[in-house]
Design a protein around this ligand. Structure first.
Ligand code: ATP
Length: 513
């Protein structure tokens, strides 16, 4: 299965098996907004719980909060989102399509890069072993021309964005002859900055003064509560505050299913530490977060770190954890050393001191912050892409199986009476009623046992427990393992322990310490 096929299959599997639906689908959907179905919500809750427990239960010095989505409008002035959280947009007047101007330019650069590489490859074939690539790239007139054009785009884009001279960016698009991929025309509007925050009003009156924003990240709810949590929790530095919740961004280039949504969920942790120690904590969290991902059993070659070369002005280190999605390596999580930027800005805008009094040294200071920020929906997509498999089984039949980590699986076990008579459904129900207090289970007596197994494989249920005639006399059942399809006989009284050990979160969390 190639990557394009895998991605298409994951998307349609999500709909067919109740993981993800397009939002308001009966009205033809809403671009880049999605709903989670009966299995999706369970998987998503389990991922969130794995993160939450890893942060607030395993780490003794991390406290959780749940801040409101609406925040005082000054928050976003202080954080820089009102002035700086925007993308440069351009519209094509013929197709009426809107694009990110920087993305159009980057795509053009990719084409130039490909042309330069083609020249290099042709020369390599011509010169053979004696070929000196570096020399060729710096002297061949055509290659030099392509590379200069790429650098010219970088410089103009940077200058245009930094100085706010968006006319320069439009002129560059025209100079390069970039056409709209839909209409093929060069009939462009001016470039405008488009803020990604959604706004609304606090009161019924549209005055503009009481504009509220739907938060574009959860982090600010943590910063503004820093002292509340520190004091009420009697927390000593270093300590962290964790939060999960919805964030909203008016993403124009929304694509790749739930990878880039307008409404999504973040799981963020801000770790407050003494200035000067932040890079040690940054190294700690960089390692710890990858460990969290790998504990799920995902192939480690599917992950990589991507260190930021161009750092935001307030950061002194930043790295992305990237996953090899079917459409290439993409960011799933960011770890950023943000210095004292956010707390200092909130001090400045609120006029309230946000300092920590260190009882050991008797000094007050603004702590430095290392943050870890992961998108729950991206982690969901990652989990499905890594888990989706098609296997040919005995008799040539194809089985689709989601090899999710059992602790993440939406349903932990299915209780299946072999036939719909002879007291088997009743015994199955008794087992179900006994175990449902501890586990999310499924019970079904329709269809052949083979069909029922396949349906459970398709949603990633780790165990199928079959009740047959012998169960009535021997008080035992057959338990079938999703991945190996092996079956073994166990006593009914053993089921609780088996399910707890194999599908609970403890074993997973133990891998993190
Ligand atoms: P990208 O460069 O992909 O837009 P970002 O650098 O803007 O992401 P952050 O602001 O660092 O992302 O947000 C932290 C995490 O939130 C990201 O690593 C990603 O997992 C998730 N995230 C960000 N934007 C979206 C979105 N529009 N839809 C889904 N998840 C998102």
């Amino acid at each position: 299965m190639n990557n394009e096929d895998l991605f298409k299959k994951v998307v349609s599997h999500c709909k067919e098996y109740g993981f993800v639906f397009p939002s308001s689908e009966i009205y033809d959907g809403l671009a880049a907004v999605y709903d989670y179905g009966q299995n999706g919500v369970e998987l998503r809750n389990n991922i969130r719980q794995y993160w939450w427990k890893a942060m607030t239960q395993l780490q003794t010095n991390i406290l959780g909060i749940d801040a409101a989505i609406f925040m005082h409008p000054k928050t976003w002035k202080a954080s820089g989102h009102i002035d700086g959280f925007s993308d440069p947009m351009i519209d094509n007047k013929d197709s009426k399509k809107r694009y990110r101007a920087d993305v159009l330019l980057e795509e053009h650069q990719e084409k130039l890069r490909a042309k330069a590489d083609k020249e290099v490859e042709k020369a390599r074939a011509r010169f053979g072993d004696s070929f000196d690539e570096a020399m060729y790239r710096s002297t061949n007139p055509r290659v030099v021309e392509y590379l200069n054009a790429i650098a010219h785009i970088d410089n103009t884009l940077k200058e245009g964005l930094e100085t706010g001279n968006l006319g320069m960016i439009k002129a560059l698009i025209e100079e390069l002859g970039i056409v709209c991929p839909v209409s093929g025309s060069k009939n462009w509007t001016d470039v405008r900055q488009f803020n990604l925050m959604y706004s609304t009003q606090m009161s019924a009156v549209e005055s503009g003064e009481d504009s509220l924003y739907l938060r574009p990240e959860t982090a600010q709810g943590i910063f503004v509560n820093f002292l509340n949590v520190q004091k009420s929790g009697r927390a000593k530095i270093p300590f962290g505050i964790a939060q999960t919740g919805k964030a909203f961004r008016n993403e124009i280039v929304a694509r790749q299913f739930i990878m880039r949504m307008k409404e999504f969920e973040q799981m963020e942790m801000q770790f407050f530490c003494k200035p000067g120690t932040e890079l040690e904590w940054y190294a700690y969290w960089k390692e710890q977060r990858l460990k969290w991902h790998l504990a799920l059993g995902t192939d480690k070659n599917s992950y990589r770190y991507h260190d930021h070369v161009k750092l935001a002005h307030y950061a002194n280190a930043a790295v992305d954890i990237e996953f090899d999605f079917p459409f290439g390596f993409k960011e799933v999580e960011g770890i950023h050393s943000r210095t004292d930027f956010d707390l200092s800005k909130h001090e400045e805008f609120s006029g309230k001191k946000l300092r920590y009094f260190d009882p050991e040294t008797n000094e007050s200071y603004i702590p430095y912050v290392v943050e870890t920020s992961i998108g729950l929906d991206r982690m969901f997509l990652l989990s499905l892409c890594a888990a989706y498999q098609e296997e040919t089984v005995e008799g040539g039949e194809l089985r689709t199986v989601l090899k999710l980590h059992p602790a993440l699986a939406p349903v932990k076990a299915a209780i299946l009476p072999l036939v719909k008579k002879d007291g088997l459904p009743e015994l199955a129900e008794k087992i179900y009623n006994d175990l449902r207090f501890d586990f999310k289970l499924y019970i079904e007596d329709k269809d052949s046992i083979g069909k029922r197994y396949r349906r459970m494989d398709a949603i990633g249920t780790p165990f199928c427990i079959t009740v047959d005639h012998d169960s009535i006399t021997n008080d035992d059942v057959t338990i079938r393992h999703r991945d190996t399809m092996e079956q073994r006989r166990v006593k009914v009284s053993e089921l609780r322990d088996i399910l707890a050990k194999e599908t609970g979160m403890s074993a997973l969390l133990q891998k993190l310490v």
